[in-house]
Design a protein around this ligand. Structure first.
Ligand SMILES: Cc1cc2nc3c(=O)[nH]c(=O)nc-3n(C[C@H](O)[C@H](O)[C@H](O)COP(=O)(O)O)c2cc1C
Length: 150
């Protein structure tokens, strides 16, 4: 059984709606052989990261960057994961009301350092997620989970 880890900091209703849609896509019954594990970014451990085969990362944009919680997750896990997790697929969902470019750039830079492979385009939503936004989140979850099917 492969494991997909969702690391998320989703404190607001809008960001949480995105998380629920991503989770729903990742756990679609048509995707077999993939266990989905979720961890709030402030609680994730290096062991959680090492035991996963792929990742979904969700955060608001705060002050031009990813949330401090998501940065904390990388701070804790970066060096233990370096080399060991190279080549694993991942996807990202971001919520921001004033431009999430800095958050996206930061995550792209760190995941490039880790050698992870982006399995789907990053989903960025501003304001209340629309039906299309939530569908994009669902597709993101399903796409990354499907990558892990053997
Ligand atoms: C201190 C603070 C800084 C923020 N900085 C940014 C930012 O740099 N870029 C952005 O797009 N949104 C920014 N936001 C908006 C948050 O991303 C937004 O509040 C969050 O995604 C939740 O969305 P909601 O407030 O619509 O529920 C900021 C919010 C706060 C409270």
């Amino acid at each position: 059984m492969k494991r997909l880890l969702i690391v998320h900091h989703t404190p607001s209703p809008h960001t949480h709606e995105m998380f629920e849609a991503v989770l729903s896509g990742a756990t679609d019954p048509e995707i077999e052989g993939v266990e989905v594990v979720r961890r709030p970014a402030l609680t994730v451990s290096a062991t959680d990261m090492l035991e996963a085969d792929g990742y979904l990362l969700g955060t608001p944009a705060n002050l031009g960057y990813m949330s401090g919680a998501m940065k904390h997750a990388f701070d804790v896990c970066y060096y233990p994961c370096l080399d060991t997790t190279r080549g694993r697929p991942f996807g990202v969902f971001l919520h921001g009301n004033e431009g999430a470019e800095g958050a996206e750039r930061g995550i792209d830079s760190i995941t490039t350092g880790l050698g992870w492979i982006k399995a789907a385009d990053t989903v960025v939503v501003s304001g209340k997620p629309t039906k299309d936004d939530l569908e994009a989140c669902w597709n993101l979850g399903a796409t990354v989970a499907a990558q892990l099917m053997v």
